[in-house]
Structures are given as structure tokens and as C-alpha cells.
Write a protein that binds this ligand. Structure first.
Ligand code: SAH
Length: 366
């Protein structure tokens, strides 16, 4: 039997699926059927595609078509209901994805008050690269360096793997996506944007329920603003002046606060949309009242909100978490200046699932 080169289907858009169906001598509508089965139906095996004739399902293997679903290698469950997934990729690399069922009245997210599903609203935190090249001094993922970009199929495949594992069925109106896992999404721009498009059009998650966070890749922020389909934008600021930001986030030497803020101000917001700034609070470094006032000054007049994240500690990270009272004081200064400010609740710290902690920690099983 002659060996076929393999074609991974997950990550192909409708046009591409239609083309490969036609090349295989099938009618064009087979492409639409594949698209629906892969993304709406979230099938893992060709045999599950009940809309297609058995003959073609059987032939898919001979044609070298593989679906390319991500396998769950490990699952870590937090006390707060958060689940950190270690997902396997075709080349043996792994990537982390986090499931966060929202507090639901039974505030632990443990299903005590969430009806049948055990949650009313949930968020999936998606990775965009294996590792990261950006080197923020307070982030554990940075310690890995960047190993490679994820393909579009691997980005959206994380969402599919988690939805399937959590048995979430359409309509998906209570699922939010944040592209805030491992990696810098805007340094993997094409694959990221393609994944978003398929997640919207195929999987059925509205773009208004998606947020991408960037460390500040300025030219790509302009590009993102021009995309017809895009998530909301969050920018990891963490310092409001160049001296401090360059120390904490070395990429600031390339795209400084001035350039970043110009891109932020010019970002074309949709009606009722707000830009988010994330600010990781580091004890004794960027958490004083003066720092808060400096931040307030910087974003004055913009349609923004600020998400404050108290540092999630980890081995190899030199910084410490501020006291809760320091965090509240910082928040109050922003609020008093008319800037909506929220303190992000750490999720899954005990299983290294919280912001800045994703590092393929296979060893912290619970
Ligand atoms: N590369 C993108 C996506 C990662 S998002 C970005 O930098 O925005 C992860 C968020 O967690 C960012 O806002 C980042 O600043 C923040 N973060 C990184 N390390 C952290 C840590 N140790 N504790 C808390 N937040 C952290």
C-alpha cells in the first residue's frame, strides 16, 4: 500500500476543506460537511461523521486525512474548580489550557449552585505558542523560552478538547475565551487570527466573548484593529513609565510606553467595547500610590478598564505578591480617578494554573 502524506484537517477553513474534498473527487458540499463535523460537531474520528457516506469516511484514512484532535495527557484539578489541561501535540510537544468555571453563587465553582452543569458561565484560557519569547521578568512561561508557534488547528483544538472533556454542548453562549495562556498571540499572528475566525464561524463562540492579551507587539496591534473578526483587546502594561517597564518587560525597549499608548488610543473600538489594561502588581516595585496615580494619568480619557493581578508566585520568579491591602489601595486610587479597576481573582494557584504560572508543570499533580 502506498503511503500518503498526511493532511491535518483541524485548522483548515471552509475554503480549504472544500478544495481538498474536490481534489479527492468528492462533491464540493463535502467541504461544508467536514467543516460542520469538525467544528460544530467536534468529532475526533472520521467514523463519527454521520452526515457523510460510509464509503468516504472509510476513504479518508487512505487519502491521508487525519483530524488532529489534541489528546489530554494530564488533568490537574484545583480546589476552586479550575482545571489545568496538559494537551499533547502531534510532534510530542505539550501545551497548557485552563478551564475556569465561574463562581456561581456556590462561590467555589463546585457546582453547589449552578444547576445541572455545575456552572453558569465558564472561561477557557488558550495558549498560542509552546513557551514564550517575550521574557517578562515575573512570568514562569518566560523561563521556557519559545519552542515553537502553535498551528491554527492546535490553537482552536485546545478549545475543542476542553469543551469535549467538559461535555459542553451548543449553543455555547456561556463560554468565554481568553487568549492569555502560554505564548504571545501577536507573535503568532496569522495562525492566531485564523483560529479565531474558525472558532467564531465554525465552533460558534461569539467574538464578543473572546479577549486576546498582548505584552505589546505594537505593529500587530494596528493589524488586529483592522481585522473584520477579532477578539477584544487587553494590553499587559504592568508599569506606566519606560524606566520601570523596560526592566520588567524587556520588549519595552523596542516598543516603549509612548508607542504602545499611541497604538492603544488609535485602536478602533466597537460600540460599547472597552480596552483592557492588565497590571501585574509586584510588591515594592510597581504597587505604590504614586504608581497608581501615574497609571491613572496615562490612561485618562480613554475608554478602558484596568485589571489588577496580584503576582502569582512561582519558582524562579524573583518578585513577591503585595498584601491585599496594597492591592485595594491601588484599586481605589484608580477608581477615584474615574477608571474602572478590577482585581482579578487568582484561579487555580494551587495547581499552577493562574496567570503567569503556565510552564508545563507535569510534576504538580493533585
Ligand atoms: N503574552 C500575553 C499573553 C499572556 S497573558 C501577555 O503578556 O499579555 C498572561 C497575563 O498574565 C499577562 O497580563 C501577564 O502580564 C500576566 N502575568 C504574567 N506573569 C504573571 C504572574 N507571575 N502573576 C500574575 N500575572 C502574571
Amino acid at each position: 500500500m502506498k503511503t500518503q502524506p498526511q493532511t491535518t484537517l483541524l485548522g483548515l477553513d471552509l475554503e480549504e476543506l472544500t478544495r481538498i474534498a474536490e481534489e479527492a473527487g468528492e462533491p464540493a458540499y463535502r467541504g461544508r460537511q467536514l467543516f460542520e463535523a469538525l467544528y460544530r460537531g467536534r468529532v475526533a474520528f472520521a467514523e463519527q461523521i454521520s452526515t457523510m457516506p460510509k464509503s468516504f469516511r472509510g476513504r479518508m484514512g487512505e487519502l491521508g486525512f487525519v483530524i488532529g484532535a489534541l489528546g489530554t495527557e494530564r488533568r490537574f484539578l484545583s480546589r476552586d474548580g479550575t482545571v489545568r489541561y496538559l494537551l499533547g501535540l502531534a510532534d510530542g510537544e505539550t501545551v497548557e489550557t485552563v478551564w475556569m468555571p465561574e463562581g456561581d453563587g456556590g462561590e467555589e465553582g463546585d457546582g453547589s449552585d449552578g444547576g445541572e452543569r455545575g456552572w453558569r458561565r465558564a472561561t477557557i484560557c488558550v495558549s498560542s505558542q509552546v513557551g514564550c519569547a517575550v521574557n517578562c521578568q515575573f512570568c514562569l512561561t518566560a523561563l521556557l523560552g519559545v519552542r515553537r508557534n502553535l498551528t491554527a488547528g492546535e490553537i482552536l483544538g485546545q478549545v475543542i478538547a476542553v469543551l469535549n472533556d467538559q461535555k459542553v454542548s451548543p449553543p455555547l453562549e456561556r463560554v468565554n475565551l481568553v487568549f492569555m495562556g502560554m505564548g504571545e498571540p501577536l507573535l503568532n499572528y496569522e495562525n492566531f487570527v485564523k483560529a479565531v475566525r474558525i472558532l467564531v464561524e465554525g465552533v460558534g463562540i461569539p467574538e464578543s466573548r473572546m479577549t486576546v492579551s498582548t505584552a505589546g507587539i505594537v505593529p500587530r496591534i494596528y493589524d488586529l484593529g483592522g481585522e473584520p473578526i477579532r477578539p477584544k483587546l487587553a494590553i499587559s502594561l504592568t508599569a506606566a513609565n519606560d524606566e520601570l517597564r523596560s526592566r520588567l518587560m524587556p520588549l519595552n525597549r523596542k516598543w516603549d510606553v509612548g508607542k504602545l499608548m499611541l497604538a492603544a488610543r488609535e485602536f478602533p473600538l466597537r460600540s460599547r467595547e472597552k480596552l483592557t489594561f492588565e497590571y501585574v502588581l509586584l510588591r515594592g516595585t510597581n504597587d505604590s500610590p504614586e504608581h497608581a496615580r501615574e497609571l491613572a494619568e496615562l490612561v485618562r480619557g480613554m475608554r478602558v478598564k484596568v485589571n489588577l493581578i496580584a503576582l502569582n508566585p512561582g519558582p524562579g520568579v524573583e518578585f513577591e505578591t503585595p498584601d491585599p491591602s496594597t492591592v485595594v489601595r491601588f484599586q481605589q486610587i484608580l477608581m477615584a480617578s474615574g477608571i474602572p479597576a478590577f482585581v482579578r481573582r487568582p484561579r487555580g494557584r494551587d495547581i499552577y494554573a493562574a496567570c503567569g504560572q503556565l510552564k508545563r508543570m507535569v510534576e504538580t499533580a493533585t
